[in-house]
Ligand binder design. Structure first.
Ligand code: NAP
Length: 286
């Protein structure tokens, strides 16, 4: 058996079409969304993300501006700058580019982004709405994972879901989003691996999501026959970009599997555009 390859393309195109329609509607009402990305110092991986944001916004007709701040800026100066962007009525969405200089309290700074302008869903208020089962501006990658699973048409009710990785912006929100659809969700992390239990959990996953950042952590033979495998990981291995799952062997067992690159990534960017529209509506009280 060889699984269907879940490329994000189709889902991403559908989301972008919906965004285009919504954008036209809000522009008619006089709202012109503007996304501001705050970049402290320089970072090559962050630059790739910035370029992708800019290109996608331009294609869609959304204003995008990068605010470059000096690498030696203090934490309180950065917070003051974010407050300025919060107050600026022409700014409807804010992205704080990571990584920040060493020593800065990332969570504290993210918590100062106005929840209504928080297009990446990193403010604790937005994460809290997920706990309430009423996601508003949720983290883009977590939403992208949900969209990909939905695109298979598989009913989540009672399904055995294994989420490997428990980060605040991927693992934990994904788990909560799926629990709300009455899936049975197990979250694995470093403790699971250290106890030698990862294989056992993965083997019974009807839906497996992996967001760790370790090339080929998940062996292809562990994949349950006919399962859905969503690989969020992005790793460099021998000059190639690979995921956290051994793709070639895994696809022989999975029913559906995402490639890396070209699976979760394109949907994440489309969801960012959708969140930008939601934020523009929220800041304009539509
Ligand atoms: P993160 O914050 O570093 O979290 C990684 C998670 O993996 C942590 O919960 C960590 O647990 C766990 N972990 C580490 N080693 C493990 C092991 N051996 N076994 C099981 N769990 C282990 O990373 P993230 O932000 O969630 O991102 C994860 C990956 O997804 C990265 O490769 C990133 O580049 C990629 N990513 C892709 C997209 C996209 O759009 N495609 C978006 C975001 C992220 P502990 O904290 O307990 O160590």
């Amino acid at each position: 058996m060889s699984g269907q390859i879940l490329t994000g393309k189709e889902v991403a195109t559908k989301i972008k079409q919906e965004v285009k329609i919504e954008l036209e509607k809000i522009k008619e009402k006089g709202i012109n969304p503007k996304l501001v990305a705050i970049q402290v110092g320089e970072n090559s991986s962050s630059q790739v993300y910035l370029n992708a944001q800019k290109k996608n916004c331009q294609t869609m007709g959304i204003l995008h501006e990068v605010k470059n701040l000096e690498p030696d800026i203090s934490e309180s100066e950065l917070i003051n700058f974010i407050e300025e962007m919060n107050k600026d009525k022409s700014v409807t969405g804010i992205i704080l580019q990571l990584p920040l200089p060493q020593g800065m309290d990332v969570r504290k700074i993210q918590s100062r982004i106005s929840p209504e302008k928080d297009v990446e869903g990193v403010n604790p208020a937005n994460l809290g709405w997920i706990v309430y089962g009423r996601p508003l501006l949720a983290p883009c990658t977590a939403l992208a994972v949900k969209e990909l699973i939905y695109s298979t048409g598989v009913d989540l009710y009672g399904k055995e879901v294994v989420m490997v990785g428990h980060s605040d912006i991927v693992g934990k929100p994904v788990a909560l989003l799926l629990v709300d659809k009455f899936a049975t969700v197990c979250i694995c992390h470093i403790g699971t691996s250290d106890k030698g239990m990862l294989e056992q959990h993965v083997k019974r996953a009807e839906i497996l999501i992996v967001a760790v950042g370790k090339a080929h952590l998940i062996k292809g033979e562990w994949i349950k026959e006919g399962s859905i495998v969503i690989d969020v990981g992005i790793n460099k291995l021998n000059d190639k970009i690979v995921g956290d799952v051994e793709f070639e062997t895994a696809k022989e067992h999975a029913g559906w599997i995402t490639p890396v690159p070209g699976g979760v990534g394109p949907i994440t960017t489309a969801v960012l555009l959708r969140n930008t529209i939601i934020a523009a509506k929220l800041t304009s009280c539509l």
